[in-house]
Design a protein around this ligand. Structure first.
Ligand SMILES: NC(=O)C1=CN([C@@H]2O[C@H](COP(=O)(O)OP(=O)(O)OC[C@H]3O[C@@H](n4cnc5c(N)ncnc54)[C@H](O)[C@@H]3O)[C@@H](O)[C@H]2O)C=CC1
Ligand SMILES: O=C([O-])CC(=O)C(=O)O
Length: 374
């Protein structure tokens, strides 16, 4: 049976309509629907958009962004929100499952970014070639009772393979790593890039934005403020006590009782677990994470565009402490990280928290490095 493209379909409909035989019309339209469906399936499997009928080649002004793990719990809302971002001209959605459906769905949104889908390892290189920003939420999430480190055995290999693809196909891209345990997956990515001779520490960022988003929300609740007016730096890493909110440096300046500090620090550090338990086996934070990831990716893109004073917290290669990686405020620019800010003055409880955070981080960083170098 001939596969009908868009032009063929409208011609056939016009011809059939001219006959005006209602039974025949219904039957023919049904056949045409099946043909168009088969045709679409074929095209989605390859690229999500058939280039022969698409004049937009992603050459419009804007950035080219790939999402690896795009069909997952985070990946889907993240893909949707990135499709809404006017700074994005081309959006590549890659996953090992279900990208055709997600790509087809998102590509119908009437925003300017062109969307293309890529399915399975044989399409990874096409997904990555030419990208300016690669966001990685691929990997398994926690279930109740697990720590983020319990995900290491599966996610370490996934991140390693995907970063090998980045090194080969778009070594100048900014890379945002979401996959847990972030405290180990970022060091793994660094080792992969070092091994391939493409390492640029300014371009590798672990996404800890959700900790900042939670801190702003929980602090605003306690103080009765609008969370949009609150900015709490969160430093260290992204697991348990390595998540260190610096309440003494929040904006607007506020003071807290020791009871409030203990409550807020614990709630921010355990925000992920709070969601994992509430989802009761159905995964971890996806919607708030997609929101946070887009906030962070947008900051990276504004930096790439050359905007001034784009400053966010992220887990990055760092000399702020004696550890090789640490989350703190960074300024983003045309080359990725342009400046890493020192921690600033800490109060007594933050100094204690910093020592605990560093202890927790050291082991996770070492675990990632030795996995990638062995
Ligand atoms: N950095 C952060 O603040 C946060 C990180 N996470 C982490 O993000 C990760 C993803 O979480 P969810 O989206 O909820 O999980 P999910 O299981 O819903 O989705 C993961 C997606 O990754 C895909 N995938 C698996 N192996 C792949 C590979 N080799 N290449 C490409 N795609 C692959 C799966 O097919 C799936 O679509 C987890 O590791 C989770 O712990 C979650 C929340 C916050
Ligand atoms: O807790 C988890 O497993 C997911 C995560 O990193 C978070 O929500 O902060």
């Amino acid at each position: 049976m001939k596969q009908h493209g868009g032009g063929d379909v409208s011609q056939r409909i016009a011809t059939i309509s001219a006959h005006l035989n209602p039974h025949k019309l219904q039957f023919e339209l049904c056949i045409l629907n099946i043909c168009a469906y088969n045709h679409n399936l074929k095209m989605e499997r390859s690229s999500g958009l058939e280039s022969a009928i698409c004049r937009a080649k992603g050459g419009a002004p804007g950035f080219r962004v790939a999402i690896l793990g795009a069909a997952g719990g985070i990946g889907q809302p993240l893909s949707m929100l990135m499709k809404m971002n006017p700074l994005v001209s081309l959006l590549h959605l890659y996953d090992v499952a279900n990208t055709p459906g997600v790509t087809s769905d998102i590509s119908h949104m009437d925003t300017s970014a062109v969307v293309r889908g890529f399915l399975g390892p044989q399409q990874l290189e096409n997904a990555l070639t030419g990208m300016d920003l690669v966001i990685i939420p691929a990997g398994v999430p926690r279930k109740p009772g697990m720590t983020r480190d319990d995900l290491f055995n599966i996610n370490a290999g996934i991140v390693k393979t995907l970063c090998e693809g980045v090194a080969k196909c778009c070594s100048k891209a900014i890379v945002n790593i979401i996959s847990n345990p972030v405290n180990s997956t970022v060091p793994i990515a660094a080792e992969v890039f070092k091994k391939s001779g493409t390492y640029d520490p300014r371009r590798l960022l672990g996404v800890t934005m959700l900790d900042v988003v939670r801190a702003n929300t929980f602090v605003a609740e306690v103080l009765g403020l609008d969370p949009r007016e609150v900015d709490v730096p969160v430093v260290g890493g992204h697991a348990g006590v390595s998540i260190l909110p610096l309440l003494s440096q929040m904006k607007p300046t506020c003071s807290f009782t020791s009871e409030e500090t203990a409550y807020l620090t614990s709630r921010i550090q355990n925000g992920g677990t709070e969601v994992v338990e509430a989802k009761a086996g159905a995964g971890s934070a996806t919607l708030s994470m997609a929101y946070a990831a887009v906030k962070f990716a947008d900051a990276c893109l504004r930096g790439l565009r050359g905007d001034a004073n784009v400053i966010e917290c992220a887990f990055v290669p760092s000399t702020v402490t004696e550890l090789p990686f640490f989350a703190s405020k960074v300024r983003l620019g045309r080359n990725g990280i342009e400046e890493i800010y020192p921690l600033g003055p800490l109060n007594e409880s933050e100094r204690v928290g910093l020592e605990m955070a560093k202890k927790e981080l050291a082991g996770s960083i070492e675990k990632g490095v030795s996995f990638a170098t062995k």
